[in-house]
Design a protein around this ligand. Structure first.
Ligand SMILES: [Zn+2]
Length: 110
């Protein structure tokens, strides 16, 4: 599992907090202590053996479901904006995301 620390760029427009992935860590504990928000990846294999990558957003501060919705997060691999595909699990483990670009490539749509 990889852990990606997230940071807020300077040009955040106020409507969305726009985050891009910063650095990869192998330990979730480090990211937990140093980032208000971070992503972990979750790998899933389909029946054809293709591996899909999903990202779970985690927060240091408690987030309501509405607060958890306001982020736009860039893909750690290609920089495209991730699409939210799953809801928050609790106040700290937030939505599940996938990258439309990376998954399109996997499915042969590109
Ligand atoms: Zn991507």
């Amino acid at each position: 599992m990889a852990v990606f620390g997230l940071h807020k760029p300077n040009n955040a427009d106020g409507r969305f907090v726009y985050l891009s992935s910063h650095k990869t860590y192998s330990s979730e504990d480090y990211a937990k202590q140093n980032y208000k928000l971070y992503l972990t990846d979750e790998l899933d294999k389909d029946e054809h053996g293709r591996i899909f990558t999903y990202y779970r957003l985690h927060a240091m501060d408690a987030h309501s479901p509405e607060q958890a919705m306001r982020y736009s997060i860039c893909c750690p691999k290609c920089g495209a904006v991730l699409r939210q595909i799953g809801r928050s699990l609790n106040y700290h483990d937030l939505g599940l995301y996938e990258c439309p670009e990376c998954s399109a490539e996997k499915e042969g749509r590109n």
